[in-house]
Structures are given as C-alpha cells and as structure tokens.
Design a protein around this ligand. Structure first.
Ligand code: ATP
Length: 278
C-alpha cells in the first residue's frame, strides 16, 4: 500500500477546507456528498480528480445512515453547495453519495432526495467501505470506520468486501464520557475532544471507549486471517488512537494523515459524469 500517496492526497484535500484551487470554466468537476451522523461533508475534485474545494458542517440530521431531520439535512447541503459554488465560481451539477453497508433502497432514496434538493443530480450511489477503499486500495485486511455513532468493519479479501459488521460506539460516546468526566456540555466536550493541544490529556479518560471499539473489532475478526487494520472515520483522528487499537488487537494498525476525510474523498473519486456528458 502506498501510504505516501494516500497521505499526500488526504493532505491536499485537508488544505482545500480553507483554500480553493482555481478551476477552468468548462472543466469537468466531480463531487462527493457524505451525509454522516456527526458531519455533512462535500468534496469537489477537478478533471484530474484532484481536490479543489471542501466544505463541511456539524449536523445531527442523519443517524446511522437514516435521515432523521430531512428539512435540516436539505438546508445544510444546500448551504454548503452554495458556499462551494461561490468559492469556485462554478455551478455544481452532479454528485456521488454513499450509504452505510446494509442500508435499504428506501433510505438511499431519501439521501438522494436531500442531495437532489440542492440541485445536484446523483450519478453514483456506493457503500461507505467501497468509498474508503477507493482511497486506501486495501487488498487484504479490515477497514475499521469509526464515525459519530458506530464502529463499522469491512473485511477485504483480494480487494473484495467479504464480511461487514457495524455496532454502536463511536465519537458520540467519546464525547459523552468526556462531558461526564469534566462536568461540561456535550458541545463543549466535542470541542475539547478535537483540541489537538489537549488530546494527550484526554486519552486516559477516553481509553476505555477506544478499548470497547477494539473489543468490537476483535470480536468480528476472530478466526479470520487479518494482516492489517486500516482506520478511517473522524474518531480515529484522536491522538494515539492507533496505538491503543494496536495494543488491544495485536495487529498492525495503519492510520492515514486525516482519517476523517478518507470516505468523503473516496465518494468524490467515485462520482461519474451525467449520461449526457459522459
Ligand atoms: P457515521 O459514520 O457514524 O455516520 P459520520 O460520517 O458523521 O458518522 P465521521 O464524519 O467520520 O462520522 O466522524 C465524526 C466523528 O468524529 C464525530 O464524533 C466527531 O466528533 C469526531 N471527530 C472529528 N474530528 C475529530 C478529531 N480531530 N479528533 C477527534 N474526534 C474527531
């Protein structure tokens, strides 16, 4: 696996949260919309599939793949699309979306309507592990995706997903433990958790939650030939998260530069042009 390439791609995307790369007027753009439990993230790539802009907002409109606040989700996606269009000086026309594995057809239709409500034609719907693996290119191993609500696993053999699991325990649980321990609100705990300066201090407090996540991984990989664990999802951004996971599982653990952005980038990489343009 080419970790240098992955980190370079992710770092380029990370810089596009603040900066916008110029695109030419007729250039084909590729868009990925990630509707998550904690964040809605939109990534725009240029014709070479390099990141040119990225926007995101904390949102509680989706829960474990289900849209629980349709109007709220539409509002945020529309706002982020308008922001990106303003930054790029271009109208965004089409996008790819992704669903947690095992999500039904009706739920993916709701996601589609949210994105189409913002004026984007949905040209590809994929599952989240496939999106993440468009960036990672894991042939054999397990992708562990820890977002806001759940710990999800996708076992890959010869590049194909052969086993999936998803269990409650994610970043929301980390924040709840911090809120209880420090006597602060959930929102304050979310800020504390993401403060790079304080991540060493909070590790002993949140370690049991990470151990719980590792126990979920252990349960599902038991008896399987797993050569490596590949971390994606915002919760894995926690400093030394990978060290706790490695200690608890006894497997080599790989964490890309910014695990939070892997799936959104992979969704955009899978965006295809509308039929008429293709
Ligand atoms: P899910 O995959 O469960 O639907 P999601 O797609 O919103 O949720 P992600 O966007 O991958 O999940 O991750 C969101 C979670 O990651 C939140 O709990 C958020 O607080 C946490 N998170 C984001 N950035 C960081 C960071 N730098 N340090 C620690 N936690 C972070």
């Amino acid at each position: 696996m080419d970790f240098a390439r992955i980190d370079q791609q992710i770092s380029a995307l990370e810089s596009c949260v603040e900066n916008t790369i110029e695109v030419s007027p007729g250039e084909q753009l590729f868009v990925g919309v990630d509707l998550g439990t904690a964040y809605i993230v939109i990534v725009v790539l240029n014709a070479q599939k390099e990141p040119v802009a990225c926007a995101m907002e904390f949102a509680q409109a989706i829960k474990d793949g289900l849209v629980v606040d349709y109007v709220g989700a539409c509002h945020i996606v529309r706002k982020l699309v308008q922001q990106l269009e303003g930054r790029l000086g271009r109208t965004l026309t089409h996008a790819a979306i992704a669903m947690p594995p095992g999500t039904g057809h009706k739920d993916s239709n709701t996601h589609r309507h949210v994105v189409e409500g913002a004026g984007l034609e949905v040209t590809a719907i994929l599952d989240e592990p496939t999106a993440a693996n468009a960036v990672l290119d894991v042939q054999n191993g397990v992708i562990v995706d820890i977002g806001g609500g759940t710990t999800g696993l996708s076992v890959l053999e010869d590049g194909e997903v052969t086993y999936l699991a998803d269990e409650a325990t994610g970043g929301t649980h980390v924040s709840l433990v911090l809120a209880g321990s420090y006597g602060i609100s959930f929102v304050e705990a979310e800020d504390l958790k993401k403060d790079q300066e304080r991540q060493a201090e909070i590790l002993p407090v949140v370690r049991p939650v990470i151990q719980k996540m590792a126990s979920i991984v252990n349960k599902h990989i038991e008896g399987r030939d797993i050569s490596g664990i590949y971390l994606v999802g915002g919760t894995c951004c926690l400093k030394d998260f990978e060290k706790v996971m490695e200690k608890e599982t006894g497997k080599p653990v790989y964490k890309p530069a910014n695990p939070f952005l892997v799936t959104p980038l992979g969704i955009a990489l899978n965006c295809i042009a509308p039929q008429a343009d293709a």
